[in-house]
Design a protein around this ligand. Structure first.
Ligand SMILES: Nc1ncnc2c1ncn2[C@@H]1O[C@H](COP(=O)(O)OP(=O)(O)O)[C@@H](O)[C@H]1O
Ligand SMILES: [Mg+2]
Length: 477
């Protein structure tokens, strides 16, 4: 049986076209018609192909031995986008192959094989887009969890940051101590992203979130068949954090049995997934956190002393917001920026009185609570400024009970006489500087080596009466 070439080529799924040496198109199969959205009557013997770019190299090849290798063929690929009449776009890749005249060795025809690569192109574009996005996210993550993302210039927070920056590059176990919402997890991430483990995962596990048995399977993972219902194996958090950092939050919630196992992980750097016969290496750095004082728990025997010492190698204490209330304006400013970025809603100003209310509140939920309050304010605000009536009632009531500007120290300042003295000292210094500069705030700020905005915050804190009426109305953030 002899094959009818045109019939065979019409059955091919790829487009096949043949151009004669005078550039005239002599064959255009059915798949070509579909891919190019052109009927063969319109092009065969009518269209001319310019293949001069390829000719030279093909001639050189034909001079060699008349054969062309696969690698060289690959170099003659061409990609283009074809737009169909109804607007559909098709990406195609064509591979051109010369067909040499047996006698003369000259190029007699060029065959083009056209493949539809629309889906491949879409996947490639998507891959490129994802790679770019991944790069952006990684950069964003690194800057988000950079130490600079931790707001505050109070001595307590600066001290915590300094300790964290010093220990970050080491593999040392770190213990973060602080009330809920003081930024323990944020600091743990900053430590991780500033360590040599930064490109590996940061995995957080809250020890109080699971009952005892579940917690162990979360932490260590399990092998298939380890217990009824374990129909496949599951990696634990230690395996997920491999090469990276495991953040163990609320460590006081661990049972005695889990404490013993965690101790082994820290001491031996080894663990066994449930049902495993062999132990696995635990290449993780541990950062632990607690919002409770661990020492009394050790004394009463509910927390292992040996584990306590293993975890407390390098403790860092994060102060509650009320003990570093001077940081609140900067936190408010950065939160407003963050919500502007996330929600596209911009708050331009927060009145000095509203800021004073915020600074007078005791913030039991710390920065997390402040964040929630600010988010709510941004969502609900109809204007681009926040005034006292916009604030939640409990905040106004609580702050009103102990006004910060009254000069009578609120109970939060009774905690230490040092804090009281520093406050009074700062207040006197600011008032004296103002007197000296004829109430000119810019000059007074300069005299004290403060920026004008820091000076204004400090002033609003100690004596709002110093703001002239118009000035006092709005405080720009
Ligand atoms: N100093 C800070 N600067 C900016 N944001 C902070 C700061 N401290 C805490 N936050 C934010 O407050 C929220 C609670 O912090 P988190 O680290 O989860 O606290 P914790 O782990 O102590 O409960 C997070 O959204 C965090 O980004
Ligand atoms: Mg937390």
């Amino acid at each position: 049986m002899r094959y009818d070439l045109e019939y065979v080529l019409d059955s091919a799924l790829d487009g096949v076209l043949i151009v004669a040496s005078d550039h005239r198109l002599v064959l255009f199969n059915r798949a070509c018609e579909e891919l190019c959205d052109t009927s063969r009557q319109d092009v065969v013997d009518k269209a001319y192909w310019k293949l001069s770019d390829f000719h030279q190299s093909w001639e050189a090849i034909s001079k060699k031995d008349g054969r062309i290798t696969y690698g060289e063929l690959g170099a003659k690929k061409e990609r283009m986008m074809l737009t169909h009449k109804e607007g559909k776009r098709v990406w195609v890749e064509t591979i051109y192959t010369p067909i040499f005249d047996k006698e003369t060795g000259e190029i007699a025809y060029v065959m083009g094989v056209i493949k539809d690569i629309t889906e491949l192109k879409r996947i490639e574009d998507e891959k490129e887009r994802l790679q770019k996005e991944l790069g952006n996210i990684r950069r964003e993550l690194e800057s988000k969890y950079d130490f600079s993302a931790i707001e505050g210039t109070s001595s307590q927070i600066l001290h915590a940051l300094k300790l964290a920056a010093q220990v970050a590059p080491q593999n040392t176990t770190v213990m973060l101590v602080g009330e809920s919402g003081t930024g323990k997890e944020l600091l743990a991430k900053a430590i991780h992203y500033n360590s040599s483990r930064a490109s590996r995962p940061f995995v957080a596990l809250n020890c109080s979130a699971f009952p005892d048995t579940l917690f162990e399977s979360e932490l260590f993972g399990y092998e298939k068949g380890a217990f009824t219902g374990a129909d496949k194996s599951k990696p634990g958090k230690i395996a997920l954090a491999l090469g990276g950092t495991l953040f163990l939050d609320e460590v006081t919630s661990m049972s005695a049995a889990t404490q013993a196992k965690i101790l082994r992980v820290i001491q031996e750097r080894e663990y066994e997934p449930l049902g495993a016969v062999r132990s696995t290496l635990a290449d993780i750095r541990i950062i632990a956190a607690t919002n409770k004082d661990l020492a009394p728990l050790v004394r009463e025997g509910s927390f292992r002393e040996d584990l306590y010492y293993r975890l407390f190698v390098y403790p860092i204490t994060l102060p509650p917001l009320r003990e570093r209330i001077a940081d609140l304006p900067a936190l408010v400013e950065s939160l407003l920026k963050k919500f502007h970025h996330e929600m596209g809603k911009r708050i331009q100003e927060i009145s000095a009185e509203a800021l004073e209310v915020l600074m007078g509140y005791h913030w039991p939920g710390n920065v997390r609570e402040l964040q929630n309050v600010m988010e709510r304010l941004v969502i609900l605000s109809k204007e681009d400024r926040i005034e006292v009536p916009d604030l939640p009632r409990y905040l106004v009531d609580s702050a009103g009970a102990k006004p910060l500007s009254s000069g009578i120290p609120g109970e939060r300042f009774d905690r230490s006489s040092l804090e009281n003295s520093v406050h009074d000292f700062e207040r006197n210094l600011i008032l004296k500087a103002l007197q000296k500069c004829g109430n000119n705030k810019t000059r007074a700020a300069h005299l004290l080596g403060l920026t004008r905005s820091t000076f204004r915050y400090k002033l609003s804190k100690i004596s709002p009466d110093y703001f002239p009426a118009a000035d006092r109305k709005a405080k720009s953030v």
